[in-house]
Design a protein around this ligand. Structure first.
Ligand code: 13P
Length: 247
């Protein structure tokens, strides 16, 4: 049996306190009986108000990054234990925006992933090739290196979630065709089986311009267990429509 699907909303650096609360209320009021798991990842400063609003909901919470230390002199950073303290289940790690704008490499992401698991979080580890890498025919090689370099050496299937986000599909309204996604996802599953004995149960998400009108089609890809959604997660109707299409 395939693992339970997961749809994650990555709000990135958007919203304010009022609009965050309004969005969560709108999601929880309208979520009804969706068979899949829903998670939302607001900016750090809105985690607490959002967490309070989610307390009696099935929708779960995640952070957008974390440090690899528990505490200490790390101005501006957030420990994984702090995310747990606020009720987080997940943490996004290695997003291409962190790899690019914060120079996070595979070793840094691996150390954050270990720290997140130690704290009781499930890291959503992001991988994906750039446009230049894609056109050079290097997508599989890039994703292979990122998976092998960013994941902890030994994992169980419920320790991590993988999100394949081709960088060229993020915020562009341009998604790869289903065969392309299937090829990459099958390759990722194969690599995962080298490092995890029950790799079939690791959830593998697709991210990059996921919208209500392409969500159903995306689910026809091989080895896909949900989506990591950016801009469409900022509207309750769109986020829930994606969840419905992917159920
Ligand atoms: P968009 O859905 O806005 O393309 O963003 C995808 C993403 O980066 C999610 O993490």
């Amino acid at each position: 049996m395939a693992p339970r699907s997961l749809i994650v909303g990555n709000w990135k650096m958007n919203m304010n306190c009022l609009s965050s609360k309004a969005l969560v209320v709108n999601i929880t009021r309208n979520v009804r009986s969706i068979a899949i798991e829903l998670a939302i990842c607001p900016p750090f400063v809105y985690l607490l108000p959002v967490s309070l609003l989610l307390s009696s909901s099935k929708v779960v919470l995640g952070g957008q990054d974390c440090h690899n230390y528990k505490s200490g002199a790390h101005t501006g950073d957030i420990a994984p234990e702090m995310l747990v303290d606020l009720g987080c289940t997940y943490v996004i790690l290695g997003h291409s925006e962190r790899r690019t704008y914060h120079s996070e490499n595979n070793a840094v992401i691996r150390s954050k992933a270990k720290a997140a698991i130690r704290a009781g979080l499930i890291p959503i580890i992001c991988v994906g090739e750039t446009e230049i890498e894609r056109s050079a025919g290097k997508a599989l090689e890039v994703v292979d290196n990122q998976i092998r370099g960013s994941l902890p050496e030994q994992i169980n299937s419920n320790d991590v979630v993988i999100a394949y986000e081709p960088v060229w599909a993020i915020g562009t309204n341009c998604i790869p065709n289903i065969e392309y996604i299937s090829t990459i996802h099958s390759h990722i599953r194969k690599i995962l089986s080298d490092i995890c004995c029950d790799a079939v149960n690791i959830r593998l998400l697709y991210g990059g311009s996921v919208k209500p009108d392409n969500a159903k089609k995306l689910m026809s890809a091989v080895n896909i267990n949900g989506a990591l959604v950016g801009s469409a997660s900022l509207q309750a109707e769109d986020f829930l429509a994606i969840a419905k299409e992917m159920s």
